[in-house]
Design a protein around this ligand. Sequence first.
Ligand code: FES
Length: 152
Amino acid sequence: MKSNQLYNSKRRLFLKKVIKLIFIVISFSFISSVLAFLKPKNPKKKPYRFFEISNDKIPKEGVKKIDILIDEEKTMKIFLVKHNNSLIALSPVCTHLGCFVNFDRNINEFVCPCHGGRYNIEGKVIKGPPQKNLQRFPIKIENNKILVGIKI
Ligand code: FES
C-alpha cells in the first residue's frame, strides 16, 4: 500500500513538472510573438527612391553639397564627390551620433563639428569616434540621366 502511495506521489510530481514545462514553453512562445509584433520594422528594407541630379549639380572634381528635392516641401542635402573619375553620393550625417559633417577643402576631408570625427574624401573613417563610414547612396544612369537612390 505504501509503495502504491509513493508511486502516486512521484507520478503527481512528475505531472506537475511536465505541466510547468508546458506552461513555460507556451509563455515563452507567446512573449516572443508579442515582441516580434512590437519590434519596429527595419528601415534598411525600404526600397530606394531614385532622384534625378541635373548636370550643373555634379562637380567636375572634388566635393559639392547639393539639395535633392524629395517632394514639394522637403529637400535633403547630400554630398556629391567626383574623385578618381568616379562619382560618389554620400550622406552628410555623421555615423557617430548624427551631426552634419562639413567638407574641409584645405585638408580634403569631411570633418564632424561635434566630436572631431573625420572621413576621407570617399567617406571612409580616418579618425574616431565614428566606427562606420559615411553612408553611400547608390547612383545609376538611366536615359542619360544621373539618378541617386535614397531610402525615405
Ligand atoms: Fe560626429 Fe560624434 S557626432 S563625431
